[in-house]
Design a protein around this ligand. Structure first.
Ligand SMILES: NC(=O)c1ccc[n+]([C@@H]2O[C@H](COP(=O)([O-])OP(=O)(O)OC[C@H]3O[C@@H](n4cnc5c(N)ncnc54)[C@H](O)[C@@H]3O)[C@@H](O)[C@H]2O)c1
Length: 398
């Protein structure tokens, strides 16, 4: 099977796919829609990053295409519905940059507590201003984590290792890591935290989540960090609180409006403020995260192409099946009542013995993975494929 990887995807992905027997073509640039239309025939796996747009027209040319790997976090560049309609499975790497974000936030907590931005700016101007005023250790301070998901929990662990006391608030029930303490409300957290760090997701209800009222409830001279989503914070309210001195410092990696292209001007009311660290949405951008993404997405592509596993797919039902040991059927179908019974009846008619079965549905599609005792016969394959509910049927043997 051929894998086409665009946009300079990490060499670890190439190595991982070649080791599993794929023929890999690696290109450094992205492709236009017309270039994709010409290149996709014969390609089973396509790897892209954020600069390749996959439209329905491009996907139509991918008659051999089984799966697309987005070697990044976002999947907006792919027409996910059109891909699902064509039975093409899409994966991404939602968690591979977690550690990178956590390390940035830890660095920022220390930098803000020591007012390093001011000190380094003065030194570059030739001013030697040696003073401990306003500089603090982070040991023993209270970090309030809002949003205790993948990033929030990992931040919790690393922060505790550095001697911070961790409290957190999440709208979902989350297990406290280490000695972290769950707060019953955002207000309770704001009343106690010396540093507030936001790690909530970008669901629409979170727009404008943190503004004038929330800043007012923070402890005087507390620090504020947002590496989650730009739209969750009212930057004008933050500016006022920095200027008034109520908030002693802030670090922002994400903004309500971010420049589209490299080199475009960054416009924000937060520019030019003392002890405010501004970074261009680089929380997850490290070489290590790229390597992790390469390894992770290549594994998902291979796991699907060679064993039918769709776990963590972003557009078709996600089935977490065990490693392939004997023979397996993967059956993507239209999600109507009774398909599972129909699959099993058709298999039984053909004398196929089912050893394990895993089903998931998502919207209009269902996917069932059936492990069977013997390799699927062509008669059984024809019997199952003949169902009016079939989108595709594939089989594998270890
Ligand atoms: N700066 C970067 O480069 C970068 C990189 C990766 C992720 N992110 C962002 O970081 C954020 C966290 O990512 P994650 O992988 O940990 O997400 P996640 O989905 O694992 O965790 C989000 C948590 O926030 C909680 N939550 C949602 N709304 C809430 C609210 N209003 N109040 C309290 N809790 C709430 C959820 O229940 C969940 O536990 C996301 O917004 C993501 O887009 C930024």
């Amino acid at each position: 099977m051929k894998a086409l990887l665009l946009e300079n995807i990490h060499p670890l992905a190439v190595e991982s796919l070649e080791r599993r027997g794929f023929e890999v073509e690696l290109r450094t640039a992205s492709m236009s829609e017309d270039e994709l239309v010409a290149a996709l025939p014969g390609v089973a796996l396509l790897g892209i990053r954020s600069n390749t747009t996959l439209t329905a027209r491009a996907l139509d040319s991918g008659s051999d295409l089984l799966a697309i790997g987005c070697f990044c976090i976002g999947t907006n560049q792919v027409d996910l519905i059109a891909a699902a309609d064509r039975g093409i499975v899409v994966f991404n790497a939602p968690y591979s940059n977690t550690r990178s974000v956590v390390e940035l936030v830890i660095g920022e907590i220390i930098a803000l507590a020591r007012r390093l931005t001011e000190k380094t700016a003065k030194m570059h101007q030739g001013v030697w201003d040696k003073s401990a005023n306003g500089s603090h250790e982070i040991r023993g301070r209270t970090l309030g984590i809002v949003g205790y998901g993948n990033i929030g929990t990992q931040l919790s662990n690393v922060a505790e290792a550095l001697g911070l006391r961790v409290i957190f608030f999440d709208t979902a029930d989350r297990l406290a890591h280490g000695n972290a303490q769950r707060m019953n409300s955002l207000d309770d957290l704001l009343a106690e935290a010396d540093v507030v760090s936001l790690h909530i997701d970008g669901r629409p209800g979170n727009a404008g989540f943190f503004g004038t009222e929330e800043f007012a409830k923070m402890k005087p001279r507390a620090l504020f960090i947002n590496a989650a989503r730009g739209m969750v914070v009212d930057d004008v309210a933050l500016r006022e609180n920095i200027l008034s001195g109520h908030i002693a410092g802030a670090a922002l990696d994400v903004f309500p409006v971010e420049p589209k292209a490299q080199g475009d001007e960054f416009e924000s009311v937060l520019r030019g403020l003392d002890n405010v660290i501004l970074t261009p949405h680089v929380g997850g951008s490290t070489q290590e995260a790229q390597e992790e993404i390469g390894w992770f997405v290549a594994g998902k592509l291979a796991g699907f192409a060679l064993e039918g596993r769709t776990e963590l797919s972003v557009n078709v039902p996600a089935v977490q099946a065990p490693q392939l040991a004997g023979s397996r059927i993967g059956y993507l179908h239209i999600n109507v009542p009774g398909v599972l019974a129909e699959v099993n009846a058709r298999l039984a008619e053909q004398g196929v013995n089912v050893s394990a079965q895993y089903l998931a549905t998502r919207g209009e599609q269902g996917y069932v993975v059936t492990d069977i005792a013997e390799p699927l016969s062509s008669a059984a394959e024809s019997a199952l494929s003949a169902s009016p509910h079939t989108i595709w049927l594939r089989s594998w043997s270890a």
